[in-house]
Unconditional design. Structure first.
Length: 132
């Protein structure tokens, strides 16, 4: 299947203003868990499958993107959920805001786009036809 087995996706990294608060919110509300932490440097979070890893860090060498100004179609973190509207309500109660309201796509997927309290777009989606 893969002619280059050395190339396995490792993680995606986000430079944020408050690494600890962002990681804590993701653990508390997005069902991620800390799989590695380098105190004062970076925190690696994994989804329940362990297949997807997100690195959260605050590094002054690089600018923190103004996530609020980045359109959700340019950058977002997508999470599969059974009921996007219900989960959105829970996240909104925890400080998220709506970036694009709930909709059903032409493919039958149900989704909503939120912004976490740090401005990063979070998509909640229930696929009509799962990819995996």
């Amino acid at each position: 299947m893969n002619s280059h087995p050395d190339f396995t996706f490792a993680h995606t990294g986000l430079n944020v203003a408050d690494r600890d608060a962002c990681a804590r919110w993701y653990v508390d509300h997005l069902n991620l868990s800390v799989v590695r932490s380098v105190p004062g440097n970076m925190i690696f979070l994994a989804d329940p499958t362990g297949r997807v890893v997100l690195e959260i860090y605050s590094n002054p060498v690089a600018p923190v993107l103004d996530f609020d100004d980045i359109h959700f179609l340019s950058l977002h973190l997508a999470f599969l959920v059974e009921d996007p509207a219900k989960k959105a309500d829970e996240l909104i109660a925890a400080g998220a805001t709506v970036a694009e309201d709930y909709k059903v796509t032409d493919a039958g997927d149900r989704m909503i786009m939120l912004r976490d309290p740090f401005g990063v777009c979070v998509q909640l989606i229930k696929r009509q036809d799962p990819m995996f």
